[in-house]
Design a protein around this ligand. Structure first.
Ligand SMILES: NC(=O)C1=CN([C@@H]2O[C@H](COP(=O)(O)OP(=O)(O)OC[C@H]3O[C@@H](n4cnc5c(N)ncnc54)[C@H](O)[C@@H]3O)[C@@H](O)[C@H]2O)C=CC1
Ligand SMILES: N[C@@H](CC=O)C(=O)O
Ligand code: NA
Length: 427
């Protein structure tokens, strides 16, 4: 089984290492040796700390994919182009593809799946969501006999690392992000992590598999962690919560549509996701017959991601030797993706107010006009330091955000100093 590897950065170099270190076991599991015949990189001349023949490196990735002596292509370059062209060329030539490229899968996965189906070959991508954690296979295969209702998780290691550091050590946002980058968790452009694009891509991939419906990154409501402040984290702590960047994909029973979103949220410290620290990821899946399942592990980093890639390599190599193909895309249900405004959630709202009689009634009136019920109110401070902290009951997001807009213009409200969704039950 002759392999072309595209990309030799954080993940690719670990794939090279594991292919060598585990060569005997991999050959025994597949039934024949796995041989690395070429590595496509941007700068082949660069000196790399890898015990490998330097002549394997090439800048001509397209030429490598087209070579007759390549049976299987691994892509760990990232980004849409040129990865998309290379992978389409491989699949059209009947060569199975293993990729970690969630950005590409979430934006144009359908083209890749179609090409794989047309050529009768495999497209596997376990590493694309949750790094080492088996998530794609359980959603695509193990739960294929059930009806998934909800997928809720922490799927970005970098942002979870940053929020953990801010919460536990009081580190600044910038310090924590620099550390995540140095540890190999962050994307080449860390705004993919911070602004939620990486988590949105993963949410789209999970939603597509869970609900057998086409979902792209453009369908995902997205808010990054860039506006999360130390005050938000302190406020969460005061009500027994912690702040996490969540990915949520839900099927609505009333409308038979799905909602897919990523945003920071306060969750109770007693919730199992609250204990997911640093670059770890965890995903809850709720299915009708299976009930609740939780998947946990290392969601980022070179070696964990390489582990998932090599698991896929073994699977597609076995399929190829047996002359069969693994499961393909399933989008038969074609459920519509609902706008965020129709998603039911809860808000935590922090208001700076004037400490005068009647302010509470004015604020409560705004919530009532939008039919939003208040679960709790707390006043902190006095005089110019007075603030109100309100937590709502569940309501459509459109009503909650309209309430916040009205609060901004109310006499007696000096500022809306914090707004965050609350998920995961009662604190
Ligand atoms: N680092 C991580 O923890 C995880 C990464 N991933 C995904 O794995 C992929 C790779 O990520 P990393 O290894 O972290 O990236 P990286 O930036 O460390 O490595 C990228 C590699 O691609 C090569 N490359 C880039 N542009 C190229 C071009 N135009 N032609 C030829 N080669 C090119 C670079 O030379 C480098 O070897 C991405 O899709 C990423 O989203 C997935 C899960 C976790
Ligand atoms: N940048 C990503 C890498 C893994 O997918 C993350 O931080 O989770
Ligand atoms: Na995974």
């Amino acid at each position: 089984m002759r392999i072309a590897l595209l990309g030799c950065g954080v993940v690719g170099s670990e794939i090279v290492r594991l292919l060598r270190a585990n060569a005997g076991d991999l050959a025994a599991r597949v039934g024949e040796p796995l041989e690395l015949v070429g590595i496509g990189v941007r700068r082949p001349e660069r000196v790399r700390d890898l015990d490998i023949d330097a002549s394997l490196f090439t800048a001509d990735a397209a030429g490598l994919v087209a070579r007759d002596d390549v049976d299987l292509v691994i892509e760990v370059v990232g980004g849409i182009e040129p990865a998309r062209d290379w992978l389409l060329a491989a699949l059209r030539a009947g060569k199975p593809v293993v990729t970690a490229n969630k950005a590409l899968l979430a934006s144009d996965g359908a083209a890749l799946h179609d090409a794989a189906a047309a050529a009768g070959t495999d497209l596997y991508y376990e590493a694309a969501v949750g790094g080492a954690i088996p998530l794609i296979r359980p959603l695509r295969e193990s739960l294929a006999g059930d009806r998934v209702r909800r997928v809720l998780g922490i799927v970005n290691g970098t942002t979870n690392f940053v929020l953990t550091r801010m919460d536990e050590t009081g580190a600044s946002f910038a310090e924590a992000l620099a550390e995540a980058g140095a540890l190999g968790y962050a994307e080449a452009d860390p705004s993919a992590d911070i602004d939620g694009y990486d988590a949105a891509a993963k949410a789209a991939i999970m939603a597509q598999l869970a609900f057998h419906s086409p979902v792209t990154i453009d369908d995902v409501y997205r808010v990054g962690i860039g506006d999360v402040t130390a005050a938000d984290i302190a406020s969460a702590r005061e009500m027994g919560c912690t702040v996490k960047a969540l990915a949520v994909a839900e099927r609505s029973v009333e409308t038979d549509g799905i909602s897919v979103r990523v945003h920071p949220a306060m969750i109770p410290r007693t919730h199992p996701l609250a204990g997911v620290r640093e670059a770890f990821n965890a995903v809850f899946v709720e299915a009708e017959a299976a009930g609740q399942l939780m998947f946990y592990g290392q969601g980022a980093g070179g070696a964990p991601t390489a582990s998932a890639v090599l698991g896929d390599v073994v699977a597609v190599a076995r399929n190829r030797i047996a002359g069969r193909r693994g499961p393909g895309e399933s989008s038969y249900a074609a459920l519509p993706v609902l706008p965020m405004g129709r998603t039911v959630t809860r808000y935590h709202v922090n208001l700076d107010v004037t400490d005068k009689t009647g302010v509470l009634a004015t604020v409560a009136g705004a919530f009532a006009r939008h039919d939003v019920s208040i679960r709790s109110v707390r006043q902190d401070g006095r005089g110019d330091d007075a603030s109100l902290v309100l937590v709502t009951h569940a309501a459509p997001d459109a009503a909650l955000s309209a309430t916040v807009e009205e609060l901004r213009g109310l006499v007696g409200v000096r500022a809306v100093s914090g707004v965050m969704r609350v998920e995961g039950g009662e604190p």
